[in-house]
Design a protein around this ligand. Structure first.
Ligand code: MSP
Length: 556
């Protein structure tokens, strides 16, 4: 099967419903969204109309959702005089709303309190038990209640027996529980990571994880006791042991499988890409694949982790209260457009092994350089010239104009082809800035071509030398065609603005057209003589460097 056509599945972590959506959650989900949109662009399939647990099976599938069985949900619900389920419902809806505001096109939104998930988790654990990978024991360790996880003695000591995340004191706990024989999987896992360099990405993270796996793995508890405390009664019960519930992380990890473990979606397994932040890489790159080996499922192709956003140079934390909340992101989208926000996050974000800083001045700089002076200016120049000199209709087929470009030193057929190839090669490495850069480069090349060929000067000569009109038309057809390809390649990051350009230039891709077909100069979708190229609205209005940061509406 053509790999580009094979079923394809991308996931994000599922988010704790106790938090309010912030830049961290929105970023991981946005990365998955851009990757999913690139994938759909390649296949010529439209985004889903709405997220749904029963949506018709699609070959290209994007899942996000919420992690709802944390103890904190019970305590917070009580503090708000409501039930855990009602509290989870309310907060899950906040995440769905935040993602809609970010233009996220997930096919489904899974919640761990849904029956479709809760019913399947014990079935997987039964399989693990049947394989002899689960045993009864007692666990003593330092528990970080805020993070719902035990930390090792070394890590606890390193942070003075306080949570590395919340700063609150850790609690020493001993409890009876079921263990998963993670140790048994150290070798097969190390072999898998060694043999599949793409399995853990970026490379720096793979080396870190592999180093730790090779030191050997300890078995991990996968259950917690159920007591009289209502907080312990929330969650999925261990099969055959109503006094134990499945540890929230194990419950949560299985969401990726439960969502597609249905007759209609089974073909989607395993995921092509699982996106997540570096803080939860160990769970995803070690525990998760070991669970999958135990239940006999194929492993995901790539576990791709990103770094962290800092805010104006400082780590975001609950204690500092400096999280960039969804309201702040919406304020940016309101002032500069959602697409500009997406662009900034996707091109300047912590997409490799390093962290990145959200700095307002940088946002403005990137907005002006890449958007207002880049694609925005270039499309407006070309649209204006076609309007002025050719009544808004392209005078010649782009394919017929190509030789004129080549003669002037710009081989547009080659340049656009190379841009697409470079973009897709970067995408295959989940390198989003790298996947978007070739389009920005194309825009720069168009600007360079305009400067070199000076169509505005040529236009002045047309009255005296009518033959120049054909030359002018060819230049503009070349520019418009290159910008059409750039707009297509930029559309996963900026779907709305690029959709606007393609619409105004009468070249919205018809459904079913693959990227390969769309970008071919000698194909059915290249710009033709007579195509209406509207001047259109200004895409991105240049902003002053001194523009102050937008202020968020107060959060509820
Ligand atoms: N519920 C678990 C995941 C279970 S997946 C089976 C969890 N949830 S979370 O609500 O804490 O969100 C985790 C995601 O948000 C991670 O991808 C994490 O990296 C991301 N971020 C949280 N803060 C962040 C930043 N400051 N910067 C970038 N992303 C960060 O963990």
């Amino acid at each position: 099967m053509d790999p580009a056509r094979a079923p394809w599945y991308v996931t994000t972590p599922i988010y704790y419903v106790n938090d309010r959506p912030h830049i961290g959650h929105c970023f991981t989900t946005l990365v998955a969204d851009a990757i999913a949109r690139f994938e759909r662009l390649q296949r010529g399939v439209a985004a889903p109309a709405a997220a749904s647990p029963t949506a018709a099976p699609r070959d290209c599938f994007f899942l996000t959702g919420t992690d709802e069985h944390a103890d904190k949900v019970v305590t917070s619900a009580a503090a708000h005089q409501t039930t855990p389920q009602a509290w989870a419902d309310k907060n899950a809806a906040e995440f769905a709303k935040a993602f809609a505001a970010m233009g996220i096109t997930n096919d489904d939104f899974i919640r761990t309190t849904e029956a479709r998930h809760k019913e399947k988790v014990p079935r997987y654990i039964e399989k693990m038990i049947a394989r002899g990978d689960v045993y009864r024991g007692e666990y003593t360790g330092w528990y970080d209640a805020g993070q719902e996880e035990y930390v090792t003695e070394t890590a606890a000591k390193e942070h003075d027996y306080k949570s590395a995340v919340t700063g609150k004191p850790l609690a020493k706990r001993t409890e009876p529980c079921w263990f998963f024989k993670l140790s048994k999987f150290a070798e097969p896992l190390a072999r898998h990571v060694d043999a599949h360099p793409e399995f853990i990405q970026p490379d720096a993270r793979r080396n870190e994880v592999l180093g730790r796996i090779k030191l050997g793995l300890n078995d991990v508890p996968i259950s917690r006791p159920v007591t009289d405390d209502p907080a312990t009664q929330w969650g999925v019960r261990m099969p055959g042991d109503p006094r134990s519930r499945v540890y929230v992380w194990i419950d949560a990890l299985f969401n990726y499988l439960t969502a597609v473990d249905t007759t209609a979606r089974r073909h989607l397994w395993p995921p092509a890409v699982q996106t997540l932040g570096k803080d939860i890489l160990w769970f995803h790159a070690v525990i998760w694949p070991a669970l999958l080996m135990s239940v006999g499922e194929a492993l995901p192709r790539t576990i791709w982790s990103h770094g962290w956003w800092l805010s104006e140079g400082r780590k975001m934390s609950k204690s500092l209260g400096n999280f960039i909340a969804i309201e702040q992101l919406e304020a940016y989208a309101g002032r500069y457009s959602l697409d500009a926000l997406r662009w900034y996050l996707l091109t300047q974000g912590p997409l490799g092994a390093n962290d990145a800083d959200f700095v307002h001045a940088k946002f403005v700089e990137v907005f002006n350089a890449d958007l207002a002076n880049g694609i925005g200016n270039s499309t407006s120049r070309v649209g204006n010239m076609v309007g002025k000199y050719f009544d808004g209709k392209l005078p010649v087929d782009a394919a017929a104009a190509a030789p004129a470009g080549k003669a002037a030193g710009s081989d547009w057929a080659e340049l656009t082809k190379a841009a697409v190839a470079k973009s897709l090669a970067a995408l295959a490495r989940c390198d989003l800035p790298g996947a978007l850069a070739p389009a920005t480069e194309l825009v720069r090349q168009v600007d360079g071509y305009i400067n070199a060929t000076q169509p505005f000067k040529l236009a002045k000569l047309v009255a005296a030398e009518p033959a120049k009109k054909a030359e002018l038309g060819a230049i503009l057809a070349n520019c418009a065609e290159a910008l059409r390809v750039a707009a297509l390649l930029l559309s996963p990051a900026m779907p709305s603005k690029m959709g606007q350009v393609l619409r105004e230039w009468s070249c919205t891709p018809p459904s079913g057209a693959t990227l390969a077909e769309l970008v071919r100069l000698d194909g059915p979708h290249s710009l033709r003589a007579g195509t209406a190229i509207a001047k259109g609205e200004i895409l991105f209005q240049r902003v002053e460097a001194s523009d102050p940061p937008p202020t968020a509406a107060t959060s509820t």
